[in-house]
Design a protein around this ligand. Structure first.
Ligand SMILES: O=C(O)C(=O)Cc1ccccc1
Length: 263
């Protein structure tokens, strides 16, 4: 099984993209939300979740769950995301529903129309909640194949061009791909040992001195005390810097070294 968000979701599109590269047969299992995907994955199954968008930034729930669950990141792909307005009659819409990421990527468009906003757990949940012409949803154009009573009322409504979302393949088992890939990334989570000037610099210095390119660095609340953080770093290629980083941290979690299948 490969678990993802509901049929017609962007995450399902990403799961189908991963399956093109994966060795072996997988049935797609549909979950209502990202948390459920992490809960469902076991030693023999995989999951696909969104992790970062070019307009809105990281999917913080995914980042938090990567710390909470012992899953590994096995691969990543980036997909172009073109949002559509789905419903009955654009002129009669009062409330817009969608996943928080989709709402944020269309913030200007929504504000221009003065609509109320309701965040739900997926773009497909949003489409399912369109009770009457007062409601509109932001989702992929293909959803009207599954919800034939609804129409595409507007297209490419995202606020900025080149809107891309990075999706990760997650699981507990090693997977085989149908071909070799050149570009690899490693993702780690760590907490700084000391809260003093230069503490983060000393970690970054370990990468800089080895000429290792960081592709992402982000801090998330530690959830233990206001003002204390954990850090997420993605960097190109290998694991060789980890022993040097470890001495500056209270803990370090290696999420995986994995191929970038589609940029
Ligand atoms: O709800 C979906 O369809 C998802 O896959 C989550 C999402 C929402 C907006 C952009 C990318 C992924």
């Amino acid at each position: 099984m490969i678990y993802t968000l509901p049929k017609g979701s962007y995450s399902e599109k990403a799961a189908k993209e991963f399956l093109k590269f994966l060795d072996g047969e997988y049935e797609i299992g549909y979950c209502n939300n990202i948390y459920e995907i992490f809960e469902k994955i076991d030693r023999s199954s995989l999951g696909v979740v969104p992790i970062e968008n070019s307009i809105e930034g990281s999917v913080s729930l995914t980042l938090d769950l990567l710390l909470e669950f012992d899953v590994k990141i096995l691969a990543e792909i980036s997909l172009d995301i073109h949002h559509c307005l789905i419903g009955y009659d654009k002129e009669k819409i009062k409330i817009i529903l969608s996943h928080p990421q989709a709402l944020a990527q269309c913030r200007k468009y929504i504000k221009k129309h003065g609509w109320e906003v309701k965040a739900v757990e997926s773009t497909i949940k949003a489409v399912e909640l369109i009770e009457d012409e007062r409601y509109g949803a932001i989702a992929d154009r293909d959803v009207v194949k599954y919800y034939k009573h609804l129409k595409i009322l507007d297209e490419n409504i995202e606020d900025y061009k080149n809107n891309k979302t990075r999706f990760i393949l997650i699981g507990y088992k090693k997977v085989k791909f149908k071909k070799e890939f050149k570009k690899y990334k490693t993702s780690i989570i760590f907490e700084l040992k000391e809260d003093k000037p230069g503490a983060l610099y000393h970690v970054l210095k370990e990468f800089a001195e080895r000429g290792i390119n960081l592709t992402r660095i982000e801090s998330r609340p530690s959830k233990r005390r206001l003002g204390t953080y954990i850090f997420y770093i993605d960097y190109e290629n290998g694991l060789e810097v980890l022993n040097s980083v470890k001495k500056h941290t209270t803990f370090i979690k290696v999420l995986g070294r994995y191929p970038v299948l589609v940029e």
